[in-house]
Design a protein around this ligand. Structure first.
Ligand SMILES: [Zn+2]
Length: 223
């Protein structure tokens, strides 16, 4: 059997070249297909939706604050400070009553706890009653009158010649009928306070049980 001769070297070389060309074309075509199918870089990532642009909250324009016009509602001339019958009369050791033996015409008994029965002018008495009630209701304090109206004659008996402790007759606020010395209802006094108590202050104090109460020197002053 005769052996069929193989292709010549030139033919084999041409076939090899043709094979390489085909392989290159396949590679190029594949690369083109892949590139065509792949999403473009620009559209790969979704672009964020635009966020709303923050808008500044409108603020009211500042307006100039009108300067309040002071209104003088207190009428300094409403009452006299010299007339002994005036509710505003001012009496002290340099401002005597005129006349010196002045006596109010509208004195009433003040219905409050007391050491001596208190008399005051009617308007002052009403105010004192309200104040004592408020002290009891709002602070639980039991107040009492130690001295209220004192006549010229009473002040003559009280005045001991020491102007730092007592007022001369005609120079005492008590003679106006508008003044009251107030202390604790317990009435117990000493010159020093032994301990803090609910009713300490304004001269007098007392413990809730009524023992150990005290008052300062103001309580026993009779000006
Ligand atoms: Zn007094």
């Amino acid at each position: 059997m005769a052996t069929r001769p193989g292709p010549s070297p030139r033919v084999r070389r041409n076939r090899l070249i043709a094979g390489l060309v085909v392989a290159m074309l396949v590679v190029v075509a594949s690369a083109w297909v892949i590139a065509a199918l792949a999403p473009s870089a620009g559209s790969a990532s979704p672009s964020p939706s635009p966020s709303a642009t923050p808008t500044a909250t409108p603020r009211p324009a500042p307006t100039a604050t009108a300067t309040p016009t002071p209104v003088d509602t207190f009428d300094k001339a409403a009452h006299s400070i010299d007339d002994p019958d005036s509710i505003w009369v001012v009496v002290d050791k340099l401002r005597p009553l005129n006349p010196a033996d002045y006596e109010p015409s509208d004195l009433v008994v003040v219905p409050v706890a007391h050491t001596w029965e208190p008399l005051m002018r009617a308007e002052a008495a009403d105010a004192i009653v309200r104040m004592f009630q408020a002290a009891a209701d709002e602070a639980g304090l039991s107040l009492a009158s130690n001295s209220a109206y004192r006549s010229y004659g009473s002040q003559e008996r009280i005045y001991d010649g020491d102007d730092t402790l007592t007022a001369r007759p005609g120079f005492s606020e008590h003679q106006t009928g508008l003044t009251m010395d107030i202390g604790a209802e317990s009435g117990y006094c000493s010159s020093t306070c032994a301990s803090p108590t609910p009713q300490r202050g304004s001269g007098c104090a007392t413990t809730p049980t009524g023992s150990g109460s005290c008052c300062g020197t103001r309580r026993i002053r009779s000006t």
